[in-house]
Design a protein around this ligand. Structure first.
Ligand SMILES: Cc1ncc(COP(=O)(O)O)c(C=O)c1O
Length: 400
């Protein structure tokens, strides 16, 4: 349509949201559907956080706030970085936005010029390439296959860097694979980055608190202090504190970049919800036991899902270090025909047939830039997961 902008033609709607919408539609139509598409915890926000929000409303904290966050929240975020990551930031190095998504978007909008390249290890969170495109930059996807447990190798990073590279996006634990980089693996990447001073690092630490066994989370500016001046460390309360609907994310970095991001925000949305900011403040400063309990819960679910998916014919499911996703490979299913007669030519056909024939909704791998795979979000109850995995096993066993 001539009315629509050229910018719009560069991007597509989020496929993960599309899967959730389709599953909800089928459910509303009375179908027995299990949705494993949504990327959010299945439980409620902790009571102390809800109470803080109610108190904020009653105290009249219902007006505009400073564009990129109330001072109390910025201070709490500085304390969080010092406490959990050994990183020292001042409040003027912090920006708070409407979800992690907005802070990442602001960063691209504030920095990308036409021709600027952004290195994105694939599989990636679906929004990275489209945000880069919206900002006028060029996403450069680098495939990280199952053989490296979906992790980028130093030689791959070195080969992807050009004089035009502006950003390298690092996401550990990862959406969609759950893969987490050890300190040694990350150090090998930061060593490469130290040799290329024009490249900035955007670290998306959204799943920091969801790591399992004895895995230790680490972030680039912590592992290599030499990168501090060109790293934007991004995080948020959505996943860790079960606060996806509240829409609070934050980032820390050099003052000039943070200021530029604030300028973008001031002319688009202004401040994130005042009430949500007070809720996030309670999340970051209140009791933290909730985080450890979640880890135990999600680790049990991960083990359940990995075990059952590896028992499905034609499916190989690596065991991830964190997040609440697994990303099984389905090479062994491609080329076969389902019980209802669908030829499985790629992972999108697989996911559609799985939904139509068994009612299990997953997101196909092509959406994340690495095929043939699918993503399962295991942020749902053990019983639901068992039923879903049993249906996947039955579907795969019938492929011929
Ligand atoms: C890797 C990653 N980064 C950022 C976000 C955005 O989080 P928020 O809901 O706070 O915008 C998500 C949400 O799915 C994510 O998976």
């Amino acid at each position: 349509m001539a009315f629509l902008s050229d910018t719009l033609s560069r991007v597509k709607p989020s496929p993960t949201i599309a899967v959730t919408t389709k599953a909800n539609e089928l459910k509303a139509a009375g179908k027995d559907v299990i949705g494993l598409g949504a990327g959010e915890p299945d439980f409620d926000t902790p009571q102390n956080i809800k109470d803080a929000a109610k108190a904020a409303i009653d105290a009249g904290k219902t007006k505009y706030t400073a564009v990129d966050g109330i001072p109390e929240l910025k201070k709490a975020i500085c304390a969080k970085f010092a406490r959990e990551n050994g990183l020292t930031y001042a409040p003027n190095q912090i920006t708070v936005g409407t979800g992690g998504k907005q802070t990442l978007y602001n960063a691209f909008m504030a920095t990308c010029n036409p021709g600027d390249e952004v290195i994105i290890p694939a599989p990636y969170w679906v929004s990275y390439p489209d945000m880069v495109l919206l900002a006028g930059g060029t996403p450069v996807a680098v495939e990280c296959g199952i053989e490296s447990n979906f992790k980028l190798l130093p030689a791959q990073l070195e080969a992807a860097i050009t004089p035009k590279t502006k950003w390298f996006i690092f996401n550990s634990p990862s959406n969609p694979t759950g893969a987490g980089y050890t300190r040694a693996e990350l150090k090998a990447l930061t060593d490469v980055l130290m040799r290329h001073p024009h490249v900035w690092i955007m670290s998306d630490d959204m799943y920091e608190h969801l790591v399992f066994d004895d895995f230790e989370f680490c972030t680039p500016a912590q592992v290599e202090p030499g990168l501090y001046d060109r790293t934007l460390t991004c995080n948020g309360v959505s996943k860790s504190y079960a606060m996806t609907g509240w829409r609070i994310g934050y980032a820390a970095g050099p003052v000039a970049l943070i200021k530029a991001m604030g300028t973008i925000q001031s002319q688009s949305t202004s401040n994130p919800s005042s009430i949500s900011q007070y809720a996030a403040l309670e999340g970051l400063t209140g009791p933290q036991e909730f985080l450890a309990q979640n880890k135990i819960l999600f680790q049990r679910r991960r083990d359940l899902v990995v075990g059952m998916l590896n028992d499905a014919k034609g499916v190989t499911c690596p065991k991830p270090e964190g997040a609440f996703y697994v990303y099984p490979d389905i090479s062994g299913c491609i080329g076969k025909t389902s019980a209802a007669g669908t030829k499985i030519t790629n992972d999108e056909v697989f996911a559609t047939a799985l939904l139509e024939e068994t009612g299990v909704a997953v997101v196909f791998g092509a959406a994340f830039g690495l095929s043939p795979n699918f993503r399962v979000s295991y942020a749902t109850s053990d019983d639901v997961l068992k039923e879903a995995c049993t249906r996947i096993q039955t579907f795969c066993a019938a492929l011929a």
